[in-house]
Design a protein around this ligand. Structure first.
Ligand code: BGC
Length: 744
């Protein structure tokens, strides 16, 4: 038998002992082409029952914790393979060493870098999210990963969170609509998505211990809907428990979040994986919902770096409790059942596609998402598009024109096969005009855990840029944030709302010598713009991955008409943001607790309700053409719970270019008997129209989506009475309000 096993393993097959009900060969390393095919549910559960009866206690416990930085054990004796995981979410991360965070130095692990999730959210295009998920899933599959650690759907609560760029913005409806197709796309490959960071990890500062205090309503209406959709509609196979605490309990051992809501109410049948180092106790993890413990460090008393996986909370200490009988074996079996289920869906699925990476189709998807997500914020005197013509001199100024943005940011850092910089993109696109470049300012190098001092002579950099601007016809300033520590990066929050590295002063100097300045901001966060009145155009270009430079150049030059919409509000001043407005107890907290004092009023809900004007509103985004929304109405006037309201709009591209527009429907309840934001996004549709073209479109709004979370009954409740539907192309640009009634 051993000989046979060895021989089969060499051929890439695994022998399962002939156990009743289990086919002889597991599907593990057998690489099949063709579409994904999983086992029928009942067959899967039957096989799991059999495996559970054959696995020893030790083998089962070994499956509940890491065996290396990014893998957990199977059971070789029974042909159960290991599980391999990788970050996530913008591409598949380079290989990491077995026991350390160092890169392994492989030469075959470069990949396609996709735009950051903020950009994906800005497309308001669920089909793009599906294509994105499918493509990144194919790359994960090709790289032999069973779990992709992403997407992230923590809500954008304030502009200082260092990880906002990895998430899908401030609106729960938008994030929910975008996360479902992403998850489905990844999982079509037989690769599990791991939706993170569950829940309320809305700041990096003190993320390892801060306790979030949030109202039940805000939890249900703002912070959980995207996770809920990922689970109930996207059928995510795994979820990552966050570092922080919620209501006094660690997220990795949180009875309310994990057992009651996720596994109970939502019927999640997948695996809860701890964030790396987020587990804190054996009994807590065992009893309150964690299934696989990852990343627990060796830095604890009595733990040596040699055998530290055995000291994980869900390793030997767990085994001891099970042996003593202080923990029931059923607790262990529940976890292993979930892990085996995930394996049958991924590495032991009967058929999985092979995957592929760095192929033209993935680059196309990356390019499409990037171009659809770029947001034109301001455009005076038609600064954009900037036509390519003989005799035109363009001064491109700013470090972000040449800086690699797939490098840095923490765990989402990528080893891109290539990354087209904005400067390269512009140089390729502009054949007639002359492009000259000056760096203008400098940041330090990337280090994920500290700020590296700037070594450049900043005065000379600025002087050279000003001189270049003086001689040019137009200036394209390409700046913003970057992926360094204290910028858009994991592990710390931003320290200021304004642009870093002296960019405000530089922009001031540039606008003094040249009246035609356009700004391209590369960031995953809102920034202050004290220079806004002095520049003619502003474009929000995110972190766009491999195809960044081409996407930016094509939108700047006008080959592509911008159509992205902001997935979060830009406040004029930091203190205009709801979370920040309540002072330190509300953000960043007192280092022990943080109280979400703004409650439901996150993002535009705050600006709208408090009548504070933002710098740029949620949903805002200009175009090179013009759109008119006409004949806006609902199909009926009266509805009941369970109905769908059809909002009808005739949209006309009345300008002189083809392009896409996003029609948005918000709902509000003026005389509600509970506090409600003025209006909330409840439907949207992205439409592409040729110039002069008109189309009648329908945007469905589910009446049940108008529900609020009723704290006394701990349930959703659809209030009867009148509602207002606000239809427009931005939260601050409403073409028409429609009154409808919800009756019994
Ligand atoms: C991050 C996760 C990531 C994990 C593994 C953690 O520090 O918070 O998002 O997936 O590391 O790299």
């Amino acid at each position: 038998m051993r000989m046979l096993q060895r021989w089969m393993r060499r051929l890439g097959m695994t022998l399962l002992l002939p156990v009743a009900g289990i086919t002889l060969l597991s599907a593990q390393p057998v690489q099949c082409t063709g579409p994904y095919r999983g086992l029928p549910e009942d067959e899967m559960e039957r096989r799991i029952d059999t495996l559970l009866s054959r696995l020893t206690l030790e083998e089962k416990v070994a499956m509940c914790h890491a065996q290396s930085k990014f893998s957990s054990k199977g059971a070789e004796r029974l042909g159960i393979p290991e599980l391999w995981m990788s970050d996530g979410p913008h591409g598949v991360r380079a290989e990491i060493m077995w026991d350390s965070w160092l890169y392994a130095g492989w030469t075959n692990d470069s990949i396609t870098a996709f735009p950051a999730l903020t950009c994906l959210a800005a497309t308001f295009d669920p089909a793009a999210a599906r294509a994105y998920g499918r493509s990144v899933g194919e790359e994960a599959r090709y790289r032999h990963k069973d779990i992709l650690l992403g997407p992230g759907v923590n809500i954008y609560r304030h502009p200082l969170n260092g990880r906002n760029f990895e998430y899908m913005g401030e609106d729960p409806f938008l994030a929910a609509r975008m996360v479902v197709p992403y998850v489905q796309g990844v999982q079509e490959n037989g690769v599990a998505a791991c939706v993170k960071h569950y829940a309320l990890n809305n700041q990096e500062r003190w993320r390892g211990h801060i306790n979030v205090q949030v109202s039940e309503r805000a939890l249900r209406e703002i912070y959980l809907p995207a996770f809920r959709a990922a689970v109930t509609r996207g059928h995510a196979w795994s979820i990552m428990a966050a570092y922080n605490k919620v209501d006094g309990a660690w997220c990795s051992e949180n009875e309310m979040l994990l057992n009651k809501i996720l596994k109970g109410e939502w019927g999640f049948d997948g695996v809860v994986i701890s964030d790396w180092g987020a587990a804190h106790s054996t009994r807590g993890a065992a009893l309150h919902g964690l299934d696989i413990e990852m990343g627990t460090g060796p830095g604890r008393p009595g733990v040596s770096p040699k055998n530290y996986y055995d000291h994980y909370y869900l390793a030997n200490p767990f085994l001891e409790e099970l042996k003593k009988g202080t923990l029931d074996v059923k607790v262990l079996d529940g976890k292993v059942r979930r892990i085996l289920r995930l394996m049958y869906r991924t590495t032991m699925a009967p058929q999985r596609p092979l995957g592929r990476k760095n192929n033209p189709e993935h680059l196309d998807v990356a390019y499409r998402v990037a171009t659809e997500g770029i947001v034109l914020l301001k455009n005076e005197r038609r600064f954009f598009p900037l036509e390519d013509k003989e005799g035109l001199t363009i001064a491109v100024i700013g470090e972000n024109a040449v800086k690699k943005m797939t490098v840095g940011g923490g765990s989402s850092e990528l080893k891109a096969r290539f990354e087209i910089s904005p400067l390269q993109g512009l140089q390729n696109a502009y054949r007639k005009a002359t492009i000259r470049y000056a760096q203008g300012y400098a940041s330090g190098k990337y280090a994920w855990d500290r700020e590296v001092p700037v070594e450049a002579d900043t005065d000379s950099l600025r002087e050279a840029a000003v001189q270049l601007a003086q001689k040019a016809d137009v200036v394209l300033f390409i700046g913003g944030l970057n992926k360094n520590h204290f910028q858009d990066c994991e592990g710390a929050d931003r320290r200021q709302y304004g642009l870093p590295f002296g960019q405000d002063a530089l922009l001031d100097a540039l606008t003094r010598v040249n009246p035609h300045v356009g700004v391209i901001l590369i960031s995953g966060n809102a920034v202050a713009m004290p220079w806004l009145d002095k520049v003619e155009g502003v474009m929000q270009a995110w972190y766009l991955g491999s195809m960044a430079g081409k996407a930016i150049a094509d939108v700047v030059e006008g080959t592509v008409n911008p159509s992205g919409k902001l997935p979060f509000s830009f406040p004029k001043r930091l203190k205009d943001n709801g979370a920040i407005a309540f002072g330190r107890t509300s953000y960043p907290g007192d280092s022990i607790n943080v109280q979400y004092k703004e409650g439901l009023l996150v993002g535009y809900r705050w600006f709208d309700t408090k009548k504070i004007e933002p710098l740029f509103a949620f949903g805002h985004g200009l175009s090179y053409t013009t759109f008119r929304l006409l004949d806006i109405k609902s199909d009926r006037k009266k509805y009941a719970s369970g109905d769908t309201i059809c909002v009808l709009v005739t949209i006309t591209n009345s300008g002189d270019r083809d392009g896409a527009e996003v029609v948005q429907v918000y709902a509000g309840k003026p005389d509600s008997h509970v506090m409600r934001p003025l209006k909330e996004l409840k439907g949207f549709r992205r439409v592409f129209l040729k110039k002069g073209e008109s189309r009648r479109i329908v945007i469905p709004v589910a009446v049940d989506d108008l529900a609020y979370w009723d704290e006394p009954s701990h349930d959703w409740k659809v209030e009867q009475g009148d509602y207002l539907l606000y239809v427009g192309n931005a939260s601050d640009n409403i073409a028409r309000k429609i009154r409808i009634t919800v009756g019994p």
